[in-house]
Every structure is written in C-alpha cells, then in structure tokens.
Design a protein around this ligand. Structure first.
Ligand code: CA
Length: 337
C-alpha cells in the first residue's frame, strides 16, 4: 500500500511539473502595467505606441494603463490612444490626490476634445469618467496574475505606486500593497534617478517628494528595479518635423495632431521609450550598472550604493550607434502602424 501511495504522489508531482512546464511560454512574455504622466510630455505617447506594437506582435501582454497625473483629461488622453490604436479593452486607472498642479511641458490635455473642421469629435472614446483610482487598478491587475510575473513600466510620477504600497487588503487580494508587489511583480522599470559623481535629483521624483519618500521607504528590497536616468534619454531627440513627416500617411492621428497643434520645440527627448524597450526586450540592448541599492535623501536625491545582492541597477548612456538604433525603434511605430 505504501509503495502504491508513493507512486501516486510521484505521478501527481510529475504531472504538476509537466503542467507548469507547459505554461512556461505564456509566462515568458512579460505582462506589463504602464504607469504614465500623460498630458505633458510626448515621449509618454511614443512609449505607449510602442507597447501597443509589442503587444500586437506577442512580445508583451499589456494589462492596463495607470495615469499618475491628476485630471480626467489626462486619463482621456489614454482613452483616445487606446481606442485609436485598437486597444479599447485596456483598463485605465487615474490617480486621485496626486501631485498638485505639476508643470505641463507640452499641453495636450485637450486631445480628447480635438474636433474636425465640421466640429465633430476627431477621435472616438471608449471609457468615460469616472475612472478607478490608479492604486486600485494596480491591485486588481496584480492580484489576477501569476506570482513574480508582472513588469511595471513607470514613466511618470510614483504617486499611484506609493498609494499602492500603502494599501491594505481588499476584495482583490488579502495582501497588503507591499506584499502584493513582493508576490506579483518581477521587475519595476522606472524613468528617473540620477547617478552621477555627485548627488542629483530627477524631475519625476523631486516634483512629488512625499510620494517619492513613501515609495523608497516601502518598495520591497527583494523586487528588482531598473532605473533609466535622464542622461540616458537626453541624447535621443525625435525632432518635431520628423515626427510629422513619419506620420505622412494620415492627418487623423492623435500624436500627429499634438505635433500639429502644440509647441513641441521644448527640448523634448526620448526618455520614456527606453524604459519600455528595456522592459519588453530585456537587458541585452542596454549597458547596465552593477547591482546595488538606491535610497532617497531628504532632498529627494537618489543615492546608489553598490552591493552584489542589491535589487537596483541603472541604464548607462550608449554610443552614437546605440542612439541611432533606439531612435529607429521609436520611429517605426509612427511609420507603419
Ligand atoms: Ca513621462
């Protein structure tokens, strides 16, 4: 009897191993939550276009969009983009009680209201307000995914992330926000940080210092972060005339309309797409620092301390060939979508 029981246990174990192996290809494609301050800089738009393309090509699974800049118009931009590019099924979350009136660099928050010559809306909509709170959408999406499988692409503020980390158990999961992140998140890819010879700040963190402090205090130290500091994207420029020329196949295009209607000569560089490329295509296209830990000073400066067991790494600027290759990747989504 004992031998029979042992055999049964072995069989069940083998079956369960086989089942897990069969699931591996599905989990190998990164599941991604896109966390963005849409409505101000246009690199957030290009990064989102790239995620659509990666999703369509089966290179990632885009789970949803969290808008971390306050305002239903900012979430409306996400809705216009999702709808236009055929991803109206994507859920949208919007921060409440976020950063109070942060600077707007390129104001395209009225994109949802753009009209054609006859006054009719230029772009269709799917999800109208109200939107779920960003941290609540995080909890719902994370709870439904396999353990250690989700990559977060954070290219805006850390408002919704800080609120997620402070959250308690709810109908989606009994876990606290910290434990939910620890259980579900594989890696956070973040636009931000400054890791030069002297301490420095970055816009996305310093503009909301309380959120940044909460984020660094609570983020689990056993969940990886890859930072994309400003200087990495500072050398990649997608000039406005080229953007418009690349979208020569239509005028009814949300990104082209932003470039036709707004002053985009603001020193806009391609910071955010680098975060998406790293999250989807992996580390091979980037030169990364060694491992270490990152802490935040009281003045919201990021401080990197090398440590082989640390959870943090950061991108380093590439050479001119790398810059050209990155820009080509970014431009592709506008040329052929
Ligand atoms: Ca951004």
């Amino acid at each position: 009897m004992k031998k029979t029981l042992l055999l049964a246990v072995v069989c069940v174990t083998l079956l369960s191993c086989t089942k897990n192996k069969a699931n591996e290809p599905a989990t190998a494609v990164p599941a991604i939550i896109y966390d963005t301050d849409l409505g101000s800089s246009t690199d957030d738009l290009f990064a989102l276009e790239m995620l659509y393309r990666y999703h369509e090509e089966g290179q990632c699974r885009l789970l949803g969009v969290v808008v971390d800049r306050e305002g239903e118009d900012c979430a409306g931009v996400a809705d216009v983009m999702n709808t236009y590019f055929g991803h109206s099924d994507l859920p949208i979350g919007l921060v409440q009680e976020g950063i109070d009136t942060p600077k707007v660099w390129i104001d395209y928050r009225d994109l949802p209201g753009y009209a054609t010559d006859d006054g009719s809306p230029m772009f269709d909509r799917t999800h109208l307000p109200p939107y779920p709170d960003g941290w609540q959408l995080y909890r719902r999406l994370l709870a439904a995914e396999p353990d250690h499988s989700v990559s977060i692409v954070s290219v805006g503020f850390v408002t919704s992330l800080a609120q997620l980390l402070e959250s308690e158990g709810d109908e989606h999961s009994p876990l606290s926000g910290v434990e939910l992140v620890r259980q579900k998140v594989k890696c956070l890819y973040m636009q931000g940080g400054s890791f030069g010879d002297t301490l420095g700040t970055c816009y996305n963190l310093v503009v909301g210092p309380d959120f940044a402090q909460t984020f660094f205090r609570l983020w689990p130290t056993d969940v990886d972060i890859v930072f994309s500091p400003g200087e990495v994207g500072d050398i990649i420029e997608y000039v406005p005339d080229t953007v418009i020329a690349d979208i020569d196949w239509t005028d009814i295009h949300p990104v082209k309309q932003v470039y036709l209607r707004c002053n985009t000569h603001t020193g806009q560089m391609m910071w955010d797409p680098l975060v998406v490329i790293n999250a989807v295509e992996g580390d091979g296209l980037f030169t990364l620092s060694g491992r270490g830990t990152v802490s935040l000073t009281p003045r919201a400066e990021t401080m990197f301390t090398p440590s082989p067991a640390g959870n943090c790494r950061y991108q380093l600027p590439g050479d001119s060939a790398w810059v050209a290759a990155m820009l080509t990747k970014i431009r592709t989504v506008n040329k052929k979508h």
